[in-house]
Every structure is written in structure tokens, then in C-alpha cells.
Ligand binder design. Sequence first.
Ligand code: GLP
Length: 261
Amino acid sequence: MEIVITETPEIAAILAADIFEHALAAVEAPVLGLATGSTPLATYRELIRRHVECGLSFVNARAFLLDEYVGLPRDHPEAYRRFIAREFTDHIDLPATGLHSPDGAADAITRAANDYEREIVDAGGVDVQILGIGSDGHIGFNEPSSSLGSRTRLTTLTSRTRIDNARFFDDDLDQVPRHSLTQGIGTILEARHIVLLAFGESKARPLAHAVEGPITAMVPASALQLHPHVTVLVDEAAATKLSNADYYRETFEHKPHWQTF
Ligand code: GLP
């Protein structure tokens, strides 16, 4: 696990965009794993900028969303597929057929979950997966006590997560769905490279538990410790509870010039 502490979220977003750009150049038909929430937005903005100003192309790529609410109509503005289109994919040259997301509005949810697992496998698996972290340590919508081997399935959101996400629903808790269709922790761990982003004071505690605490289902992000290729990009505020922060800074400062992420 490589942990990089940056002065600002914007610097972390540039590094995350570099990782995506590298995958787009290195892989013939790159498969990008996208996350929603506010944390990855600066990375998406930077990638859009590189597309518009520098010609970075996504034309050969496919993208898979981590999760989707269950209980919202497909055209609800806060449905994650709508969110990612608005914030990112509508502004790049990703082919319209290249965006995949779990179908949270399906009648047969279990079948939709299994279909989504198959779509990811058929695409050859995810090359780079971007992740945020919930204030309770969740990744995707895998809440505490999720099996570390879980696959795409229906999950129930904790009240903490619903309160955190109410800001996207006019601060009206009643509008926040109770369920999701999310890639499981086992599914996420199959991505070849995972980039975890965490910004701000509210992420300091879950981040420290995730990267320095024991591996436990009570902190779903701690499962990332089992993955061979994880890059953690955090700002100073999110790094305040890391006991090994000096070592991470020293490691990055002395990173060999030939070593990529
Ligand atoms: C939601 C998403 C997660 C995201 C989390 C944190 O619950 N399902 O993928 O990581 O929110 O969101 P934010 O980045 O807005 O703090």
C-alpha cells in the first residue's frame, strides 16, 4: 500500500488523474472503475480538462460504476448513473455504450447483481478503480459488517450513511434511499489497481482505521490491506490520525524517479 499525503485535495486529484492517464495509455481497451460522492470530483474535473485541453481520449475505454441506489427512478438526478454522467462521462469521449452501472431500478435485483458481476468479468476486469471512503469506513455501499468476500448485491444503508448523503437530497432524510446495489468487497478487490482518495477532517478516523488498523468487516475499507496494488492519496486534514505519517512522507520524498504508481 502506497500512502501519499498531499498538501491539498487538488494535488491528490492530479496524481489520481495521472494514474488514470497512465492506464489509458498502457492498456488497449482500458476498464475504469468509477465512484460517486464528492471526493473524486476534482479528479474527474482534471480528467475532463486533460480531455478538452490536451486531447486525452477515453474512446477505447469502458467504465463501471461501483454502486447505485435502489428505490430511485432511473432518471432521478441523484441516481448514481445520472450523477456520473453529469459530473464526468458526458464531458469526455467515452462511448455511450461504454458506461456500465448496476441497475438499481431492476425488478429482479438479485439477477441484476449477478448480471453486473458478469459484465465486469466479460470486460476483462477493472484496470484502475477509484474509491472514496464513507465516514463509517464503507467502500461502495459495503457497510460495516459486510463480508470481506462479498460480491455485487443488495445492501441496506446505515443511518450514518443516509445522514451523510442527505445533503444530496435537499437535506431531507426521508428522500434518501435505504438500499443499494453495490459491488461487493470481493468484487472491488479484483480490480488490478485501486486508488483510494480521502480528504478532510471527517475522513481522518475511518482512513486511519482502514490503513493502519486491523483488517475487519467493521471497517470495510480495511480489506484493501489485502490487495497487492493500492495507492492511497490523502490531504493533510485526512492524514491527521495516521500514526505512520512521517514514514509515508519520507517514502514519497525519496521515491525512486523510475518508480511509477
Ligand atoms: C457514498 C458512496 C461511496 C463514497 C461515499 C463517500 O456512500 N457510495 O462510494 O465513497 O459516499 O462520499 P464523499 O466522497 O461524498 O464523502
